[in-house]
Design a protein around this ligand. Structure first.
Ligand SMILES: [Zn+2]
Ligand SMILES: [Zn+2]
Length: 242
């Protein structure tokens, strides 16, 4: 299959938009929609075996349930505070669960000179068929010779995150890619390529329409424009990260 590199962009995250065929077993989009169907008691997908309530969960169901939980690992040199931050951000913005899995061995093939990480090698080496994983590190992550703060693949199930001042925003951005979103031209949108000075943690209305139903904890609070959002006193002011 011919691979066409459409864009290499995003100084923000280094996400590579590539017109590649995704061959991973489960995409997040599929799994999320199944979970939502079960939750609201609506149409089930597949054979409806769960609705009978008589059978124990099948291996397939167990695997799908696992896909709504993100495993969080540290890797190489790391800051433990980022683990808490990742959990908080996911629980605050998304409906997914998290599971802290501890420290992961850094595959030697992923390490470049000066202890930097080859992000693309990491994504390949760290990928697990039955687990969605976030790997957090303090070490520099490179892709295509670009230093990046986060890296994942469209509809992927591995996210690399480097400790950085906008850790939460990068995580939401990478989650957007995992959920099937590409970069956005709206500079205020969390999916913007250069979402730094201008950007928020929120998805623009165009992007949010592409987020799978049920993935966001509060769709309204996650959507631009910010003027429509009622920020509670306990919330971080999302528009004031700079
Ligand atoms: Zn990106
Ligand atoms: Zn957008």
């Amino acid at each position: 299959m011919k691979t066409i590199l459409v864009l290499i962009a995003c100084a923000f995250c280094g996400f590579v938009i590539a017109n590649r065929r995704i061959d991973w077993s489960y995409t997040f989009q599929q799994v999320t929609s199944i979970a939502v169907s079960d939750e609201i008691g609506g149409e089930t997908q597949g054979k409806g075996e769960k609705r009978s309530g008589r059978k124990s969960r099948s291996h397939t169901e167990d695997a799908k349930a696992e896909q709504n939980v993100w495993s969080i690992y540290t890797m190489g040199e790391y800051d433990a505070a980022n683990v808490d931050a990742a959990q908080r951000t996911i629980h605050r913005v998304f409906t997914f669960g998290t599971r802290v899995k501890g420290h992961h061995r850094l595959p030697p093939v992923c390490v470049r000179a000066s202890n930097d990480l080859d992000g693309d090698q990491c994504l390949n080496e760290l990928r697990k068929d039955d687990e969605q994983c976030i790997f957090i590190t303090n070490q520099m992550i490179y892709t295509e010779e670009l230093s990046v703060r986060g890296l994942t693949k469209l509809n992927g199930n591995v996210i690399l995150l480097k400790n950085n001042p906008r850790f939460d925003k990068v995580l939401i951005h990478e989650m957007g890619h995992v959920l099937g979103l590409r970069h956005c031209e709206n500079l205020a949108c969390v999916m913007a390529i250069h979402n730094d000075a201008e950007g928020t943690e929120k998805f623009c209305e165009q992007c949010i329409r592409m987020v799978p139903e049920g993935a966001l904890r509060n769709r309204t609070a996650s959507t631009l424009p910010a003027s429509e959002v009622q920020a509670s006193s306990n919330d971080v002011e999302l528009d004031d990260l700079n």
